[in-house]
Ligand binder design. Structure first.
Ligand SMILES: [Zn+2]
Length: 204
């Protein structure tokens, strides 16, 4: 048996083992919320009772990975997105060296949708990412947190949250004014181009 075959066999064994663990893992659950169809995007998490301000609702569970592995998975995600398949981002920054990949089906918190004016926030407590109530949440309300995507990729993530803070794209709060400025400049340029076209048509 060649060395390459051995390596391949080991690799296959590891991934089969990982798959088994993934299957055996129970879905993360919370007494505070349930999964339901969302008005904004696919499915969402909804409060089943009044959630007091500051409550740790559910952990954003997943696989702890290095930044290098995170980059590899991001490249694969982009390829999937370009192929028209699911390009959702589930990787969460844990610290300077590690990220959490929460794309596994047992991570119920991955179904929480984004809002530019969310009712939840995230906090890392002893290596665990928690979704925490930002204010008192009424029974039946959908849970949201701010995905805080970076400035470099804002155009790839349209937002339909409809809140007054929304610029139409998912981007961290500190960049919203920049996105707003770019969009305004684009609108002005488009109007100008339209006027020029109309003038030309009128002149013929
Ligand atoms: Zn929004």
């Amino acid at each position: 048996m060649s060395a390459t075959t051995v390596k391949k066999k080991i690799k296959a064994g590891v991934s089969a083992g990982a798959q088994l663990i993934a299957k055996q893992r129970r879905r993360t659950s919370t007494p505070w919320a349930v999964v339901r169809g969302s008005a904004i995007h696919g499915r969402g998490l909804y409060a089943v009772k009044t959630i007091p301000d500051g409550t740790r609702i559910i952990a954003y569970d997943g696989e702890v990975i290095t930044k290098a592995e995170s980059d590899r998975r991001e490249a694969r995600r982009l390829a999937r997105e370009e192929a028209g398949k699911d390009g959702c981002v589930y990787v969460f920054e844990l610290n300077k060296r590690h990220d959490i990949d929460g794309s596994m089906s047992w991570n119920t918190a991955r179904l929480i949708n984004h809002s530019c004016k969310p009712n939840c926030r995230t906090e890392i407590v002893r290596g665990k990412i928690w979704i925490i109530a930002k204010r008192e949440i009424a029974a039946g309300e959908e849970l949201f947190f701010d995905y805080r995507y970076g400035f470099a990729t804002w155009r790839e993530h349209p937002c339909r949250c409809g809140t007054e803070r929304c610029v139409g794209f998912i981007v961290a709060g500190e960049y919203r004014w920049r996105v707003r400025k770019i969009l305004k400049a684009e609108r002005v340029a488009a109007k100008k181009a339209e006027r020029i076209t109309q003038k030309r048509r009128g002149g013929v």
